[in-house]
Design a protein around this ligand. Structure first.
Ligand code: MG
Length: 385
């Protein structure tokens, strides 16, 4: 029986993980859960799974409906207190954004295997977290579908045999949209992803392809790859989730229909494989798999990931914080779609990278960047009107 803590339990990855666990009660139990503000949904999950501990970050007092056996925590520090109380065998970190970083550190520091859906942890503090994972001998299992694909392709090889990895991306909803109409893109249009069903932040990130920039950084840290060993290719069908090319000319790819339950279950079960009642792959439906280079005029965000690899230090934290601010402003209708990447790039270009010695350095860069990005976005809105 594996006891799992699920962080971000009411979000897209969290609810799918709980569904998978509910169908496999003999193999998994929920040790702890944490949600941000969906208190009612969290209480329902507590009733269904009876975790030892739960946390509602924006909670205000233990609700009457909370099961008496479940210890109750609140606030962002409450997530770590919940983990202490739950003592899980595996942490699934599916929190969105910078808020997920402390829990990733907690897991590695306590030698608890980390199933990582919060890619921002590695974008912000990849060097630091990978060092911690190495020092404590704790595995990081990537839930991100591309990285889960690469992880699987690499299972029986050593790093010296890898020539490069190819990260695929669907190209998002605006792959064929006329470039001169990008300023008219509405939040509703950006939230309509053609192949994957995900939360709002990552869906907007898939439209700008900032998500792919993050994945370049994530791949660099997870698999110890140099900048020129990571390539991004557009693959509209989202069937090939990523590929690894080896020094002898062999290329391994991992395929499947886009369904996050597959990488989630893989990470929950690792190192074993658990049966999953999936629909047989329909070759008649996917007669053609297409690949095309990523056009830098359409997807200027991707280059920012490579820039972070060159500049290092706290620049990943800057990239993430600026993108979080701009994505929120876009969803609120306060900046245009092109302003997201324009402003994030401006913030990153102005930034002078500083080294990271501890988590506090990362969080300081995160805070500073939020005010810089907000100020700069304000200026660019005025300029665009
Ligand atoms: Mg991904």
């Amino acid at each position: 029986m594996k006891r799992v803590a699920i962080l971000g339990s009411t979000g897209s990855v969290g609810t799918q993980a709980l569904q998978l666990i509910a169908e496999r009660r003999a193999a998994f139990a929920v040790a702890g859960i944490a949600a941000w503000r969906s208190g009612d949904a969290l209480l329902e999950q507590i009733g269904a799974f009876r975790p030892a501990a739960a946390c509602l970050v924006e909670g205000s007092g233990r609700p009457r409906e909370c099961h008496p056996d479940t210890a109750w925590f609140e606030g962002s520090d409450g997530i770590l207190a919940m983990l202490e109380a739950a003592r899980p065998d595996l942490v699934l970190n599916a929190i969105t954004g910078a808020a997920g970083l402390p829990a990733s550190e907690w897991a590695l520091r306590h030698r608890v295997p980390l199933a990582l859906a919060n890619k921002e942890s590695l974008v912000m503090a990849g060097e630091y977290l990978m060092g911690l994972a190495r020092d404590t001998g704790t595995p990081i299992l990537p839930v991100d579908s591309e990285h889960c694909a690469i992880f699987q392709c690499l299972r029986s090889s050593n790093r010296g045999e890898v020539k490069r990895v190819v990260l695929t991306g669907s190209g998002g909803p605006f792959r064929q949209r006329a470039l001169e109409t990008f300023a008219d893109i509405t939040p509703a249009e950006a939230l309509r992803h053609p192949t994957w069903n995900m939360g709002p932040r990552i869906t907007v990130g898939s439209a700008t392809m900032m998500n792919k920039a993050f994945e370049v950084v994530e791949a660099h840290w997870l698999f110890d790859l140099a900048e020129d060993q990571i390539e991004v290719v557009i693959h509209p069908q989202s069937i090939v989730h990523s590929m690894v090319e080896f020094v002898d000319g062999n290329i391994l790819a991992q395929l499947g229909v886009p369904d996050m339950r597959v990488p989630i279950l893989y990470c929950l079960s690792y190192p074993e494989r658990t049966p999953f009642d999936f629909e047989a792959f329909d070759f008649a439906r996917f007669r053609e798999l297409g690949f095309e280079p990523a056009d830098p005029r359409r997807y200027p965000a991707i280059e920012l990931g490579y820039e972070v690899l060159r500049t290092r230090g706290d620049s990943g934290a800057v990239l993430n914080a600026a993108d979080e601010v701009l994505t929120t402003l876009f969803l609120q209708g306060k900046v245009t779609f092109p302003a997201i990447v324009d402003t994030v790039a401006a913030v990153l270009h102005r930034h002078e990278p500083k080294g990271i010695a501890c988590l506090a350095d990362v969080l300081a860069a995160d805070r500073r960047t939020r005010s810089i990005a907000t100020a700069l976005a304000g200026a660019s809105t005025v300029a665009r009107q």
